[in-house]
Write a protein that binds this ligand. Structure first.
Ligand code: PA5
Length: 436
């Protein structure tokens, strides 16, 4: 069932039918390249039919290991950077209680979940090691290449901690590895130490890997119904494969964003009025920025949580340089069931909102802002989710993956490599090896 729909009314005034028609050819050509596997990076298209390919055996492995982790750990640490952690963090944040890590285990029903290895902060690692001293810990180290410095450093710190606490064999029972099936230092270590190991398919890059064990194992530990996410993505893989921009909203979104880019709107803000979307937006930013930003081209992707950021970025969006367009995620069903109480004396003058759901107030902010931004010259596309559930989030994930790949081809870049990321690594390694 379709749980996601797009509303283009707020972008139509900024793009003529002729402009859209001209972009249509490029989008359909990009579709053909993906379908026929004739485009750049054609050996990295495993994500296209990933939801169909996951086997019962893999699902069972994920479920069994997640259960073991839940039984053995107070704290579960997911070690990874970029595409190796953002998808899991995004989905867990969407479905967890906002204060999950502060709740007692009886309410949480799974270990605390903490992410590490996504920076080189000594403060973070020191605080983490101090925090877990008297806790039972399990870790999932995730790295496709198996050589990325940030997770490698966190892994070494945590492995030493685990081996000191549980001994080498005890530690081995608490280390879960997700990596390439054949290559890399991490694969070698996992094989030698006989860690419980999950494989990232060869033809799936980091930022397209959320529907592999990279994302699914941490989700399972958080008791998220990851099979519904896979089902939603599978549904979307059919829905967004139609060779049309008129009836395929994913391709229409790609067409609009590329016309806008050509007209000088080179910043896209993905916004949500729900703070638990913060890391979903980070996942989106990583997906698009690493895929499109090359050969001196690309839309700069940014993210905002409203209404929070209306009190900072809002001014820039409303009246700053007119080079921005917005894509806004809107959730139709209110599951918070909380309304504003009335008070007898109405000291704060808010009784005119008494008994109104907070979500209703948030919705009026959303509607008012969309109108203000469109009036201010900022095109708005709305992505409506009829409910925030796993099935719909699976659709949303696939929607963006497909849109990103097609958009990259429209732009004329390879959306599946990231040569630019090597520049900082090269300099850093030279400096580290000099050891001054
Ligand atoms: O999307 C990508 O390929 C990157 O963001 C990687 O996920 C990130 O650099 C981490 O790489 P690895 O999993 O090899 O440690």
């Amino acid at each position: 069932m379709q749980g996601l729909s797009l509303d283009f009314k707020g972008v139509e005034p900024f793009v003529s039918n002729e402009e859209l028609e001209l972009m249509k050819e490029a989008v359909l050509e990009a579709h053909d390249k993906l379908e026929n596997k004739t485009g750049l990076g054609r050996n990295m298209l495993g994500w296209l039919d990933l939801p169909d390919k996951i086997t019962e055996e893999e699902i069972e492995h994920i479920k069994q290991s997640a259960k073991r982790i839940q039984n053995q750990a107070d704290v579960f640490i997911v070690v990874g950077i970029g595409g190796s952690y953002l998808g899991a963090k995004a989905v867990i944040d969407l479905f967890e209680n906002t204060f999950s890590n502060m709740l007692p285990l009886s309410e949480r029903k799974h270990p605390q979940i903490i992410f590490a290895g996504n920076s080189l902060s000594g403060k973070y690692l020191r605080n983490l090691i101090e925090y877990i001293q008297d806790k039972d810990v399990a870790i999932n180290v995730i790295s496709k290449s198996g050589t990325t410095l940030e997770p490698a450093i966190a892994f070494r710190m945590l492995r030493v901690f685990l081996e000191q606490k549980y001994g080498i064999t005890g530690a081995a029972e608490r280390i879960y590895v997700t990596t390439d099936g054949y290559n890399g230092l991490l694969k070698d270590i996992a094989t030698k130490e006989e860690y419980d190991t999950f494989t990232i398919p060869e033809d799936v890059g980091g930022r397209y890997s959320v529907l592999t064990p990279v994302g699914l194992l941490p989700m399972a530990v958080a008791n998220i119904n990851f099979e519904d996410i896979i089902d939603g993505a599978m549904f979307a893989s059919r829905l967004f494969n139609e060779r049309s921009i008129e009836s395929n909203d994913c391709y229409k979104y790609v067409a609009y964003r590329n016309v806008l880019y050509k007209k000088g709107k080179d910043i896209e803000i993905l916004a949500s009025y729900e703070p638990s979307f913060r890391y979903f937006i980070e996942w989106f930013k990583q997906l698009f920025a690493e895929s499109e930003g090359k050969d001196s081209k690309g839309i700069y992707v940014a993210g905002n949580i409203f209404t929070t950021d209306l009190h900072s970025m809002g001014q820039m969006i409303q009246e700053g340089r007119r080079n921005i367009f917005e894509t806004v995620i809107n959730i139709n069903l209110d599951r918070s069931f909380i309304s504003l109480p009335s008070t007898e004396d109405d000291q704060d003058g808010l009784n005119y909102l008494a008994d109104k759901p907070i979500d209703y107030i948030n919705k009026q902010a959303f509607l008012g802002t969309v109108k203000a931004h469109i009036d201010g010259g900022v095109p708005n596309t709305i992505i409506n989710l009829d409910d925030l559930n796993e099935y719909n989030v699976g659709q949303l994930i696939y929607f963006f993956e497909k849109a990103c790949a097609v958009s990259g081809y429209v732009l004329g870049v390879n959306p599946f490599n990231q040569p630019g990321v090597e520049a900082y690594k090269k300099n850093m390694m030279e400096l580290l090896k000099k050891g001054e």
